[in-house]
Design a protein around this ligand. Structure first.
Ligand code: ATP
Ligand code: MG
Length: 398
């Protein structure tokens, strides 16, 4: 006997009617995409559950991939058996033998009310069978069992399963539209991307590169970070902006204390243009209040006003420690801490203004025609596709 099914429970389904249908359809589609490489899997979608039939695929690998699908509340590995007491007993007994622990509990949920026994009767009968057949020194503990066996009795087939595995939660990626994530090689922005996707918002990324001041290694690092985010969204587009000329012009026309602020205003302008062209409804980034000079509220105010698109900042009120913890969980931390030169770090002024004023920024920007350079950056962007569809994209080149 072996696990042959995974039973998937949907998350945060507070919405009803048509939204519910959209949620489930999107979740189904995203799940299939996340599991695409397991070609023998088949699926059964019911009103409130998704059943994945393993058909011999590796149970561990499939569950690992499933843990990254937003919109899934939890799932359980299950053995599907015909709705007959003998078959259910055998499956339950098998699971208890396989799972570590001394105490157990059987929970039965009876969806088929025609079955001739009640739920407690079934649980007792199955427990009796387990005691009779086990070599282990087992006892029942209804409050804190080491092993919890769940039986879901349905009309034709039933499911016998043990622990509930937590899913990623959140909403299915894509039901909330699309945002453009400003992705540096640092710790914060990949976490911001993860949290954005968790709310059901699909992402595209924008990265500002200033070669030769920033190296290919910095760029590779960013692409590797995107690779980690692919676990949650299998295909991610990345727009790399050639930022050198504009950045040099900023430093030529702006006093050092304001260079950082003006640079970020330019980044926002470019991001908004790209977002509009790519049908993104918002910009997302890794800003966090107080972390650095450019992230005081005064700074945010002086920067944000150059665009009129919503900017979401998922880590804005988090402590650095909390952000780092999340970065570790999603596997981006080790990549982010590798030393590299960011376009920000290279030109970092010694004493940036912590209370920059919008009017001053505007005065400095009046001295030169930055608009054309902003447009040039947008037009000269290089767009890469990372993840699932990347192979096809490259295939076109040959
Ligand atoms: P991170 O750890 O994400 O780099 P940070 O704390 O270093 O953030 P800043 O360098 O001030 O903060 O950048 C704030 C945000 O601006 C980043 O989180 C990111 O969203 C965006 N950003 C900074 N540099 C770049 C870049 N080179 N390309 C794209 N976005 C950037
Ligand atoms: Mg940074």
């Amino acid at each position: 006997m072996e696990y042959n099914h995974i039973l998937v429970r949907f998350g945060e389904l507070t919405t009803k009617g048509k939204n519910r249908k959209t949620f489930i359809q999107k979740l189904f589609q995203n799940t299939k995409e996340a599991l695409l490489r397991f070609e023998h899997l088949t699926y059964e979608l019911t009103y409130d559950r998704l059943y994945i039939l393993l058909n011999g695929e590796d149970q561990k690998e499939v569950t690992e991939a499933l843990k990254h699908v937003f919109g899934i509340l939890s799932f359980s590995l299950a053995i599907k058996v015909p709705t007959e007491l003998e078959a259910i007993k055998e499956a339950a007994s098998f699971l208890v033998e396989k799972t570590e622990g001394q105490t157990f509990k059987i929970d039965t949920k009876r969806n088929d009310k025609n079955f001739p026994m009640t739920s407690p009767e079934i649980s007792r009968s199955v427990a009796g069978y387990i005691f009779h057949h086990t070599q282990k020194d087992l006892s029942v503990d209804v409050h804190h069992p080491d092993i919890r066996i769940r039986i879901e009795l349905r009309q034709k087939d039933s499911y016998v399963m043990n622990d509930v595995i937590h899913g990623a939660g959140g909403y299915p990626v894509g039901i909330g539209g699309k945002a453009l994530l400003m992705l540096s090689g640092g710790i914060d922005s990949p976490v911001a991307g993860y949290l954005t996707m968790k709310r059901g918002v699909e992402i595209e990324c924008i990265h500002f590169a200033s070669p030769p001041y920033t190296s290919d290694r910095a760029r590779e690092k960013v692409l590797e970070l995107v690779g980690k985010l692919n676990a949650y969204q299998p295909t991610i587009r990345v727009h790399v902006i050639p930022f050198t000329d504009l950045q040099l012009a900023i430093y030529e026309h702006t006093p050092e204390s304001y260079a950082m602020t003006v640079m970020r205003r330019m980044m926002y302008r470019i991001a908004q243009r790209v977002a509009e062209q790519e049908n993104c409804l918002a910009i997302s980034n890794g800003e966090s209040i107080g972390q650095v000079a450019s992230q005081t509220l005064d700074s945010m105010k002086a920067i944000n006003c150059v665009i009129d698109m919503p900017v979401i900042r998922p880590v804005v009120c988090m402590d650095k420690i909390e952000i780092m913890e999340l970065a570790r969980q999603i596997g981006t931390y080790d990549i982010s801490i590798r030393p590299y030169e960011d376009c920000c770090t290279i030109f970092t002024p010694k004493q940036p203004a912590t209370k920059p004023r919008r009017e001053k920024c505007e005065t400095y920007e009046q001295g030169w025609d930055f608009n054309q350079m902003v447009e040039d950056c947008v037009a000269a962007r290089e767009t890469l596709i990372i993840g699932l569809d990347a192979v096809d994209e490259n295939a076109d080149l040959f």
